[in-house]
Design a protein around this ligand. Structure first.
Ligand code: ADP
Ligand code: MG
Length: 335
């Protein structure tokens, strides 16, 4: 559906996108994950024809975005990091304008705008000026603009940045709904968001592809483990005694907090969820458990690990189509 081949973007001497290769297949929600400055927006701007590449190509349903931009763009709806909104237009006027730009015929325009307004739930504000809308509503208008024409692929650059928690939940629901009929690619620098919404993750760091796989496979490849943090009203030795026969525990670390309370970090064996067993063990010992929570999850470890290094770890090299250690010294640091 989309093929990104050997994509390079240089800003002067700065290599913002460093030989990226990946494929997007139909019917998934892709998460394009990387810290700020990783090259997400640059890549998305190239994929959508807003920016030229220094090297490489992007093929969208058989059309090269640089050589046949009109054909290629027809398959894509894009919500850039800064949504291209006109503050002095009403929502309706703006969508009419966007529909015209997309070449949606006059006859179909009204019907299609109405359909999109229903989909992203902005019908009740269609007569309002965009400048008077909340950030959440503005983002939905931007989303409406991307969805107009119902392209097969919808690309969203950090769609939830700057939204409050309620608006974030609403936007995520919308994205899920869109994914029923569209392939969605969204970028984010927040792992939790990508994990929550996406079923395939492409991790980039310093312009390089670090990994691309399902969240489950990414966790499996590094073989990391979840850590459960506890606090209990008892001594370290008593905690160890209580947890001694609980299955699924790899290691326990304890630290006394004052006279009565002990903190513990319990590493789970891979793929286990020990929380319920831990709770029951403390309950049956009659020992008050004050805190029980998962602190680091495996995917967070994977993300930290991948975005703090300059080379592709061996476990990922085959998957991501790069050689382990590739690009080690080319542009370490300095972003
Ligand atoms: P992300 O979206 O992942 O935060 P960007 O694609 O915006 O990353 O930026 C990637 C790198 O390229 C950053 O180091 C950024 O400073 C640099 N960069 C982005 N746009 C420009 C530009 N127009 N001129 C020069 N450098 C740029
Ligand atoms: Mg960006």
């Amino acid at each position: 559906m989309i093929e990104v081949r050997n994509l390079v973007k240089k800003y002067g001497d700065h290599l913002a996108v460093d030989h990226l290769d990946f494929k997007i297949e139909a019917g998934r929600i892709y998460g394009f994950l990387g810290p700020n400055g990783a090259g997400k927006s640059t890549t998305m701007n190239i994929m959508t024809g807003y920016l030229g590449a220094t090297e490489g190509e992007v093929i969208i349903n058989g059309h090269d975005i640089l050589k046949e931009p009109e054909e290629a763009k027809r398959h894509i709806g894009y919500l850039p990091e800064q949504p291209p909104l006109y503050m002095d237009m009403t929502v309706r006027e703006y969508l009419e304008f966007a529909a015209e730009l997309k070449g949606i015929g006059k006859k179909r325009r009204a019907e299609e705008i109405s359909e999109v307004e229903d989909l992203v739930k902005i019908k009740d504000v269609e007569k309002r000026l965009i400048k008077n809308l909340s950030k959440g509503y503005r983002q939905r208008v931007g989303l409406a603009q991307a969805v107009l024409g119902f392209p097969e692929i919808i690309i969203l650059d950090e769609p939830s940045v700057g939204l409050d928690p309620k608006q974030i939940i609403e936007i995520r629901e919308l994205i899920r709904k869109l994914s029923e009929n569209h392939t969605v690619i969204l970028s984010s620098h927040i792992l939790a968001e990508v994990r929550e919404v996406c079923d395939y993750i492409i991790i980039i760091s310093k312009g390089k592809l670090m990994a691309s796989d399902t969240p489950e496979n990414l966790e499996r490849m590094l073989g990391q483990h979840n850590v459960v943090e506890i606090e209990a009203k008892t001594s370290p030795s008593e905690i160890r005694r209580i947890l001694k026969n609980v299955p699924g525990i790899e290691t326990i670390e304890t630290q006394a907090e004052g006279d009565e309370v002990t903190k513990g970090s319990i590493r789970e064996k891979h793929g286990q969820d020990i929380r319920e067993n831990v709770f029951r063990a403390f309950a049956s010992a009659g020992t008050p458990l004050l805190t029980l929570k998962v602190s680091g999850t495996s995917l967070e470890d994977v993300f930290m690990e991948l975005t703090q290094r300059d080379t592709v770890p061996a476990a990922f090299a085959k998957k991501s189509g790069q050689k382990a250690g590739e690009g080690a010294d080319k542009d370490a640091g300095d972003l």
